[in-house]
Design a protein around this ligand. Structure first.
Ligand SMILES: O=C(O)CCC(=O)C(=O)O
Ligand SMILES: [Fe+2]
Length: 315
């Protein structure tokens, strides 16, 4: 009886603190990567632009077995690698972020696997350029192999509880993100949900801190899904899909990408990279804090407008 009272108390406190929950009730498709044909992948997911979790994708190549943290430490622990620190607030308003410092790969791997939360991560790291033999262990998966970007495999590594801000990729490409070691939680929202996601103008990331989602009221109206990537699992994220990733423990993943499959998607990606990003960079340099403040104001106004519109529709 006592424990029932306790549970009720806890629930009450929780509902007082959180004015709403994120709506992650959409279902994300799950397939066994070894049983899905490339044709079916195109028909069911690529052409309709639907995300899918491909269980066991890494295990179809040598990396699935071979790429352990110890193997990386033994074979390339002495490499100097560039690292980002999530605690650096300078990243908040800018898409073009530079790494914060360098360290030995071995030391980085020790930190991210120590099971203590850490704020450092390797982001979009081209380890294949430094160590080309890695391609033999994990090349572009067959699902997106017909692709001019098939040689660009980027590594993403982080420690327990590290998160990657809510964003979609600047080039509007389709992303196939494969978890090699460790697990990750990925929250996904389709491009049609952008108005509720506090997109920073001239950028492709959100101002909202999804960890503290209750401070960002428009997020209440966004409908998304949640996926847990276990070691080996690939996640197909179509062009323009927003993702918010949290490392559940220290882990390594690799992303291959394929350019958007439609002229409008190609234009969105190309014009963002070639025009919008450089423009934003120049404005950051010229106006500094004022440019950030202006973008923040527009971002908040848009979210408030989206809330007013959806609330008006309800009434
Ligand atoms: O999981 C990560 O560290 C980020 C991955 C990502 O954003 C991507 O592959 O586009
Ligand atoms: Fe991304």
């Amino acid at each position: 009886m006592e424990s029932v009272v306790e549970v009720n108390e806890v629930t009450e406190v929780k509902s007082e603190k959180l004015p709403f929950e994120l709506d992650l009730s959409l279902e994300c498709a799950v397939e066994d990567a070894s049983k899905l044909s490339v044709e079916d992948f195109y028909k069911k997911y690529f052409i309709p632009q639907k995300p899918v979790l491909l269980k066991g994708l890494a295990n179809l190549q040598p990396a699935g077995e071979k790429w352990t943290i110890d193997w990386f430490k033994d074979t390339m622990g002495d490499l100097d690698i560039a690292v980002f620190d999530n605690n650096e607030k300078k990243h908040v308003y800018s898409t073009t972020v530079n790494p914060d410092f360098k360290m030995k790969f071995r030391d980085f791997l020790d930190i991210i696997t120590s099971d203590k939360p850490s704020s450092i991560r390797m982001f979009r790291y081209n380890l294949y350029k430094q160590v080309p033999e890695l391609r033999n262990d994990f090349s572009c998966p067959s699902f997106i192999k017909k692709n001019i970007m098939k040689r660009f495999g980027f590594m993403f590594l982080g420690g327990k509880d590290t998160d990657v801000r809510l964003h979609y990729d600047v080039d509007y490409s389709n992303v196939l993100l494969t978890q090699i070691t460790g697990s990750k939680r990925v929250v996904l929202f389709g491009p049609d949900q952008s108005k509720y996601l506090y997109k920073v103008p001239y950028n492709t990331h959100s101002l909202a801190d999804v960890k503290n989602f209750q401070d960002w009221p428009a997020l209440k109206y966004a409908k998304g899904c949640e996926v847990i990537q276990e070691p080996g699992d690939g996640l197909f994220m179509p062009s323009g899909w927003w993702h918010y990733n949290t490392y559940l423990n220290g882990g390594i993943s690799v992303a291959y990408r394929k350019l958007a499959g439609t002229p409008s998607g190609l234009w969105k990606g190309g014009s963002f990279v070639a025009l919008t990003m450089p423009f934003d960079k120049v404005m950051n340099m010229i106006m500094g804090e004022k440019w950030f403040a202006r973008k923040k104001r527009i971002c908040m106004e848009r979210a408030e407008k989206a809330i007013r519109e959806i609330e008006a529709k309800k009434n």
